[in-house]
Design a protein around this ligand. Structure first.
Ligand code: CO
Length: 215
């Protein structure tokens, strides 16, 4: 059963909080495949890696970046870096298909001028997850964050402004897009579970592309 499908329908369910927008099936399979091919090219220049956290552990998801800056974590903490600390080279440029995808989605959003300078690419193997956190390393929180889901389904957690607040799960699928801006920009969020074997793409696991205006 295919769900209703349009880049330009706002399919956010009534229970979703203000500023959190879920565009289910926003991206068709051809677009998803084109994004995946671009990810493979980025990975060849800036390999996926699990990053060291302040607490001394490793992130569960493996990460890389493209754009003018990349999100990074090590013993010194969380920040954006203009060059990849692993290679010393600038991050790969944001691919044209990434830019087109952002522009197409955001044109019909409350943030039509959103112009990201960074894309954090997370890869979740079937057992990976991400604990509740806020995205707070960007310079200006008036800009939203746009997330593209590729590969396996996942339960995405949406909490409140405090870590202790109750959260709920939204099941996201390959081709879905989420926007977190305005009153939801600083909500805690995370990835509770990946559902292996649900990917319509040639990937075992889940990618998220998270577009940010970082600098
Ligand atoms: Co986040």
């Amino acid at each position: 059963m295919t769900r209703q499908n349009s880049l330009f329908d706002d399919l956010s369910a009534p229970q979703l909080p203000d500023g959190f927008i879920l565009r289910a099936d926003a991206l068709d399979l051809d677009r998803q495949r084109a994004l995946l091919a671009a990810i493979r090219t980025i990975e060849a220049a800036a390999p996926l890696a699990k990053l060291r956290t302040k607490g001394g552990g490793l992130t569960s998801a493996a990460m890389t970046n493209c754009g003018e800056a990349g999100w990074w974590s090590d013993a010194k903490g969380y920040r954006y870096e203009r060059a990849n600390p692993m290679t010393g080279r600038p991050w790969p440029a944001m691919p044209e298909v990434f830019r087109r995808t952002v522009a197409g989605v955001m044109a019909a959003s409350p943030w039509p001028g959103f112009d990201p300078d960074a894309c954090l690419i997370n890869f979740y193997s079937p057992e990976a997850r991400m604990g509740l956190h806020q995205d707070r390393d960007e310079a200006d929180f008036s800009h939203p964050i746009m997330t593209v889901c590729l590969g396996d389904d996942a339960d995405f957690q949406i909490g409140g402004a405090e870590r202790s607040e109750k959260y709920f799960n939204v099941r996201v699928h390959s081709g879905d897009v989420m926007l977190m801006g305005g009153a939801s920009r600083m909500r805690f969020h995370g990835v509770r579970k990946i559902f292996p074997g649900t990917s319509p793409l040639d990937v075992k696991g889940r990618y998220s592309l998270t577009f940010r205006k970082a600098l």
